[in-house]
Design a protein around this ligand. Structure first.
Ligand code: DAT
Ligand code: MG
Length: 164
């Protein structure tokens, strides 16, 4: 298996509910290695770029508000951004995270244990985890400069439309 890196974000609900350490514990237990970490103020521009493939979805406007902490009273629009590394790291992180809809996620997964769907239909699913290699390459480079990662493996050429 090739060494991969994957982007994890502790989303505003995870941050506000005090689940940051728990998520990191679960990913540690899954054998993933932390290679970058920082608090980030999520601008409208960064949020839209991160979720650009979902821009035509009906839930997109609320997704942008959610990731910017507007439903959780986060005055700094902050998330914790992490990069994890390992063999097959992308799929292993997704496995630990669980399915997108917390109601359908394995109850032992992070989202199955701690996520919820609000009565307004908003998925509050605790963390972001890159979905595939193309997303991981793009997202790691969108959120981190190479020098912020202990051992960067993705090259700028693969950023594919990166706008900073
Ligand atoms: P994932 O975060 O599991 O990669 P995704 O990339 O399809 O899922 O969607 C990104 C986020 O958008 C997801 O974490 C929560 C939100 N979302 C996805 N589908 C949704 C839906 N049907 N209703 C409300 N929010 C949704
Ligand atoms: Mg996704």
């Amino acid at each position: 298996m090739p060494i991969e890196q994957t982007l994890v974000l502790i989303k505003p609900d995870g941050f506000k509910r005090g689940l940051t350490g728990l998520v990191m514990d679960r990913l540690d237990a899954a054998g993933l290695e932390l290679v970058a970490a920082k608090m980030v103020r999520v601008t409208e521009k960064l949020a839209r770029e991160h979720y650009r493939e979902l821009s035509d979805k009906p839930f997109f406007p609320n997704l942008i508000r959610y990731i910017r902490g507007e439903f959780h009273d986060l005055k700094q629009n902050q998330v914790l951004a992490l990069v994890y590394q390992g063999d097959n790291a992308i799929a292993r992180t997704r496995q630990a995270a669980g399915a997108t809809n917390p109601e359908q996620a394995d109850p032992r997964s992070i989202r199955g244990s701690f996520g919820r769907v609000t009565t307004q239909g908003q998925f509050e699913n605790v963390l972001h985890a890159s979905g595939n290699l193309a997303d991981a390459e793009r997202e790691v480079q969108l959120w981190f400069k190479p020098e912020e990662i202990l051992t960067p493996i993705y090259t700028a050429a693969a950023a594919n439309g990166k706008k900073k």
